[in-house]
Design a protein. Structure first.
Length: 427
């Protein structure tokens, strides 16, 4: 890659006194012995868009950059191994146009494909649901594989459906994606281009947060409005997670996290996992003409400064974006980022270990602990959302995704009904 070659050729020496080559060797050594956890990878969505989740059509053991049809993928097993990834939250996502229609079906399809490729390549991946499971899988040489649900519209405003996603293995859910839900708002509300639905969180939205706490599911705040961030931080009894967000002060996109929210994250004990997407790291006031791995390192440094070393992590957004910085082109390139940080005087090996995965392990372990405590005194919340909120939803939904695998509307309705019956059984 151009970035890597240029750093070697010029023999860059950092303030720390290390060349990039020396820092890269140190990065690879640290990463070989300490789990790197990425908070957000959209490989399931890319599989849906490319092959309608028909895994027989792709071989993830191949370097897909050398294939005719899949060279746009950021993720495959050879590159994951080269990048020394230790654990991944694979994302179940469906477009906002499915909201209050067949969102549950689409999200279930994405959970299914995650579980299928983890099982198919079980010499590489291991499905886990706990902090200890991540550590155990890494110790066994496997890439620990967890599920994150991207968008509160996944649950169709149903606490029973939320519980079912937890039973299926989901360990975080972002409260909104690129649309409001009947109980939460997304980032365009903060930008002022879309009217608020919930003015943060409705009372039902706060109950969703509490039920997530009781279950042991991390509350995800990437994509939500600033008011929703603050409301969730105030409501949550457990640490929260920004699975793929960067610093607003360095790039004033409203998907990013503002300074006062970073302060609240520090108080909450949560984590901001920095996104690599060019448009979320390189906008005003940075305005870099060329966005590189250094730009992402600056966001990590900034969040460390404002929230503390214990509250920062990595959430690349690979296979969910179409522009990436030089030096971070795909999942093979994580060591470039760690080497860049090690060239700075303020980053020790112990700091790197926290950034890589130590912080997320702490957050998830605390979320699990809070769940055990709450389950001693709390029953599952069985409240229903007010029908008025459902009927007055303000949202901005992009075009409907093209259904794949021959699924019809009738099949969709049937599957949602079956899922609802399963949810009633576990309720």
């Amino acid at each position: 890659m151009k970035f890597f070659l240029s750093m070697l050729l010029v023999g860059v020496v950092a303030v720390s006194g290390k060349t990039f080559e020396e820092a890269l060797a140190e990065a690879n050594e640290i990463m070989s012995n300490n789990v790197l956890i990425d908070g957000h990878n959209d490989l399931p969505w890319t599989l849906w868009n490319s092959i309608s989740n028909q895994l027989k059509k792709i071989n993830l053991r191949e370097d897909l950059t050398k294939t005719a049809n899949f060279s746009h993928f950021h993720t495959d097993i050879p590159r994951l191994r080269k990048g020394k990834l230790g654990a991944q939250f694979w994302v179940s996502y469906a477009d906002c146009s499915t909201q209050q229609k067949d969102a549950v079906l689409f999200f279930l399809q994405q959970v299914d494909v995650i579980k299928r490729y983890v099982a198919q390549y079980n010499d590489t991946f291991e499905f886990v649901t706990t902090a200890q499971g991540i550590s155990d899988a890494f110790a066994n040489g496997k890439i620990a594989s967890l599920i994150g649900v991207e968008g509160g519209h996944a649950i169709n405003s149903s606490l029973a459906t939320l519980r079912m996603f937890y039973e299926l293995g989901a360990r975080y859910m972002t409260l909104a994606h690129n649309c409001n839900t009947p109980w939460s708002d997304y980032w365009r509300v903060t930008a002022g281009t879309v009217p608020a639905q919930a003015n943060g969180l409705t009372e039902f939205g706060k109950k969703i947060v509490l039920e997530m706490n009781r279950l042991g599911m991390m509350v995800g705040l990437s994509h939500v409005s600033k008011a929703t961030m603050i409301a969730a931080l105030d409501a949550s009894r457990a640490p929260v997670i920004f699975s793929h967000s960067s610093a607003f002060a360095l790039c004033n996109h409203y998907r990013n996290v503002q300074d006062d929210v970073l302060a609240k994250v520090a108080t909450n004990g949560g984590i901001v996992m920095v996104n690599f997407y060019t448009q979320f790291v390189g906008c005003y006031p940075s305005n870099g003409t060329t966005i590189t791995v250094d730009t992402v390192a600056d966001h990590i440094d900034y969040i460390r400064e404002k929230a503390g070393i214990d509250c920062v992590g990595i959430g690349s957004d690979y296979d969910g974006v179409d522009e990436l910085p030089e030096g971070l082109e795909d999942v093979s390139t994580y060591p470039n980022l760690i080497a860049t940080l090690l060239m700075k005087p303020n980053w020790s090996a112990d700091d790197i270990k926290k950034l890589l995965g130590g912080n997320l392990l702490r957050v998830l372990a605390r979320v699990e602990e809070v769940a055990r405590e709450l389950q001693l005194t709390m029953d599952p919340i069985d409240d229903l959302i007010d029908s008025v909120a459902l009927n007055h939803l303000t949202t901005l939904a992009p075009p409907r995704p093209t259904p794949g695998a021959g699924i019809t509307i009738g099949q969709s309705s049937m599957l949602v009904a079956i899922f609802s019956l399963i949810a009633m059984f576990f309720h």
